[in-house]
Structures are given as structure tokens and as C-alpha cells.
Design a binder for this molecule. Sequence first.
Ligand code: FMN
Length: 325
Amino acid sequence: MTIGTLTTPNPYFLAPLAGYTDAPFRRIAHEWGSGCAVTEMVSAEGLARDGKNTLHLLRRYEGEDNLIIQIFAPDRDPVGRCLDTLLSYRPSMIDLNCGCPVNKVVRTGAGSALMKDPGRIHSIVSFLCANAPCPVSVKFRLGWDSASENYLEVADACIDAGASMLTLHARTRGQMYSGKADWDKIRILKDHVRGQNAAVFASGDIFCGADALEVMARTGCDGVMFARGAIGNPFIFRQTELAAKGIDWSADVQVRISTLIRHLDYMIEDSGEAKAVREMRKHAMGYLKGLEGASKAKAAINSAMTRDDYLRALEAVESAASAVR
Ligand SMILES: Cc1cc2nc3c(=O)[nH]c(=O)nc-3n(C[C@H](O)[C@H](O)[C@H](O)COP(=O)(O)O)c2cc1C
């Protein structure tokens, strides 16, 4: 699919996930067929100050050609100050976060607080469109709360400012991550902007290939972003591509475990063994979800200090799986 200057092999993207979508996870997702991936949200203010931690979030794996960088900011000012640094990371697209519900972010006027002021969204997006050589997108929610749903007004502001892609997480800020994402609103958004030059991506409760195909069929959206459904489950991209061809597939135990180990190895390459074994735990819980004999392995991984500790913990899951076969 093509969105401005960004061309991707498919419309199945890895969503931004703070604390997750670092270079090793994006690399694993790419290997399993993600069309493109988004960094976790990066503070424009942090970028402007060249914060070491912020810059670390923008590292790529070797050969990562396409990368959508997501920023958050309360207004245009820090975006202006961070622009040179941001562009030095060669984003294939810049995404503006208008969905983060977390108090720490909202208190500064960024994330989903921007939903209260479409004018500020317009000002940030038009600045980016005028000054960045790549397309600009916006990820937003239905509104601040159910009494103030204004996603169509926000979409109009984004398109008027020049955005090439809109991703709607079909919940309000008030819902945080609870309740069901309202896919009907994604259809309403797609119908609203039809004929204008902006792709619409769906986000919310897309947990398997069948969900992705269903939301695309029901709403006419151009693509989907997998979020919680991809944690410990990068196979979801392959599953979706195969489901689109009518093939029902899911990863077996061996595939899940070998991918977990490869993911851990990429993390070790990226940040060293001590940090990687800690950071990998939250991913490992996803890889092991639902597997026979996994509870012991999960406990062992939660106290693992080395790569070898992981291997020992995983052996038990593999033998439980062979015993079942
Ligand atoms: C742990 C976590 C971190 C997230 N971080 C971000 C983020 O940095 N930027 C963003 O736009 N959305 C973020 N999201 C929202 C997801 O991208 C997605 O829109 C949301 O989880 C709904 O999709 P899902 O129901 O399929 O998980 C985050 C969600 C979770 C659960």
C-alpha cells in the first residue's frame, strides 16, 4: 500500500506501544510480515533537549527501511524545536499522538488532551506537513469522553492540515482500554473522509487475523494496527496474510519458543544480557500464554538472570508439548 511517499508490502502495521515497540520487537514483527511499525511515543520536548533516553527510543535495527516515528507534544512549540533532530532519524512518516490517556501525559496538554482542542492538532500537523519531507499521520480516539465525541471534527482538522493517514482507536479517553472498541465509528470515519487523500487505519480489539479482516470488511478502512494482540504474538501478521487467502494458521509451540529465543537474542544484541533478560519478561508472558506447562516457565522467567535461565525454563514447556503430542 502507498501513503504519500511511504510504500509498504501490506496494510497490517505494528501499533505504537510504549515500553514494547523498540527495535528488537519491530524486527521480529517485520520477520513475521508486518507491513510497517510505529515507534513508541517519543516526547517532542525530550527530543528537543536531545535526552539520551528519548534518542535511544529511535534506534533502528539494521535494514529497517520504513519506520513511523510517533511524537507527543502539547502544541507546536516543542515540535518546532525538535524538528531537526527528528528529521535526522529519517522517519518514513511522522505520527502525532492524540490518544495517550495517561495522566502524566494528559496533564501536560499532550496525548488525548489534544482531542479537546482540534485547533492545536491542526497547528501541529500543518507545521509538520510544511516542514517534513515525509507524510504525516495522526492517531486519535473517539473523543475525550462519551459526552464529547469529536473524532470527525478532529479528522477534518487533520485532513485540512495535510495529514495523509488517520488511525482511530475507537474508544474515548474516558474508556482508557476498557469496554469494546466501537468499530462502527471507524466505518463512519471512513465514509466521512472518503474521496479525500487520507488513509484510515483501525485500532482497538484486533486480536487475530480474523479480527483484522472483519474490521476491514465491516468498516472499509485501509489498514489495521495490531497492538496488544501482537505482544508475544508477532505471528499475527502472518496469520492475517494467510487468513486473507482463506488459510487458517496459528503458530505451534516450537515456533513460539524459537521466536521467543530469537527475540531475546535481538534484545541482548541491542542492550546487553542483563537488561534484555529483564525487559524480555513482559514479552515472554505473551509468547507463553495458553501453552501447556507454561505457568512454571513463567515463574522461572520472572526470576531469570541469564539467557541460559530462559533456555532451561523453556525446555520444560517444549517437553510438556511433546508429551501431549
Ligand atoms: C502497553 C500499551 C502501550 C501503548 N502505547 C502507545 C503509544 O505509545 N502510542 C499510541 O498511540 N498508542 C499506544 N497504545 C495504544 C495502542 O496503540 C492501541 O491503540 C490500543 O491498545 C488499542 O488497540 P488494542 O485494543 O488492539 O490493544 C498503547 C497501548 C498499550 C496497551
